[in-house]
Design a protein around this ligand. Structure first.
Ligand SMILES: [Zn+2]
Length: 319
């Protein structure tokens, strides 16, 4: 019994990875040709890269727990395939419709797969989030629609995000497969992307400071963040308010009174309407000497109430 489910899990993980592997070599070959102006098949590059990524991330998730990659299986079947170590050996699994190779059970989609990836790699979420949000926008269009004409940065950030995720999985000792090994072209691209990032931030700051010097005080608008995914912070170029996108997370520390929750905003990109400064990810914000984590603990109760999980101990402690 144990072996059957674990073998099934291994088979799924391996088959998904192998399918991703089928796409990936050709997709990066086209990717490099397009960015070096040796091919005009940009859409094919994006479609193949994102398909490969989805399959390889699913291979990773399946290797952790087969029950995690299906989103609409009955609870008893999910329990069965999620707990290979706990089901008694005399349990008769053949009574269950376990033909999960059929199309009867739907797997996670692209967005859901990457959201699950961040459960295993929370340390990369702040760094990658604006890039993976960009991928979400174009995955379906790249396969069944028409992509807009990206500028070269937009095209390259797709490759950068995919390589970053692949590298994390290549270096993951708990994941038994290496579905891709970076080539010299890949490493040269990543080095080039990093150096262009530094130049882009320098240029953006210079241009925004120039724009700021031409601003008159009566042109300045009032900026309000309306959700937990945005936060108003000072622009490093014009010193007026700009809007950062990111996400909030609660952390539970401890003090002499017991558990002490805090709420932090993790900034992952920034845009200033006043001077036009745009910083595309947290690394660019760091290059512009910006803080990238902001304490929003004064809004903690509101945040908890909006999520309906204000616990009794929190209200007791603060009420
Ligand atoms: Zn500004």
């Amino acid at each position: 019994m144990d072996n059957y489910i674990l073998n099934l899990q291994d088979k799924f993980s391996e088959d998904l990875g192998r399918a991703g592997n089928d796409y990936i070599d050709i997709s990066f070959e086209i990717f490099h040709k397009y960015r070096l102006s040796e091919s005009d098949c940009g859409q094919a590059a994006v479609g193949n890269i994102l398909t490969a990524l989805e399959l390889i991330v699913k291979s990773f998730i399946a290797s952790k727990n087969l029950g995690c990659i299906f989103k609409d299986i009955p609870p008893d079947l999910r329990t069965l395939i999620s707990n290979p170590d706990s089901i008694p050996t005399f349990f008769e699994w053949r009574n269950y419709d376990i033909d999960i190779h059929s199309n009867k059970y739907q797997m996670l989609d692209f967005r859901e797969s990457l959201e699950c990836y961040y459960i295993f790699y929370p340390q990369l979420k702040q760094f990658l989030l604006p890039h993976t949000n960009f991928l979400f926008r174009w995955k379906d269009a790249s396969l069944g629609g028409i992509l807009p004409s990206f500028n070269m940065y937009e095209f390259e950030r797709i490759g950068f995000a995919v390589f970053t995720i692949l590298i994390s999985l290549i270096n993951d000792d708990t994941f038994p497969y290496v579905w891709y090994t970076l080539t010299e072209d890949d490493n040269a691209f990543l080095a080039d992307f990093e150096s262009k990032r530094i130049e882009r931030v320098k240029l953006a700051l210079k241009q925004s400071q120039q724009s700021a010097s031409e601003l008159s005080s009566d042109q300045v608008g009032v900026l309000i963040a309306h959700d937990w995914e945005t936060f108003v912070i000072e622009c490093p170029a014009c010193k007026l308010n700009g809007l950062s996108e990111g996400f909030c997370e609660i952390a539970i520390g401890k003090d002499e009174d017991g558990p002490n929750p805090t709420l932090d905003f993790f900034a992952s990109s920034f845009f200033c309407e006043e001077c036009g400064l745009k910083l595309y990810d947290v690394e660019e914000m760091r290059l512009a000497d910006m803080n990238t984590i902001y304490n929003r603990s004064h809004e903690l109760e509101k945040w908890l109430k909006e999520r309906d999980y204000v616990s009794d101990w929190y209200l007791d402690k603060n009420g």
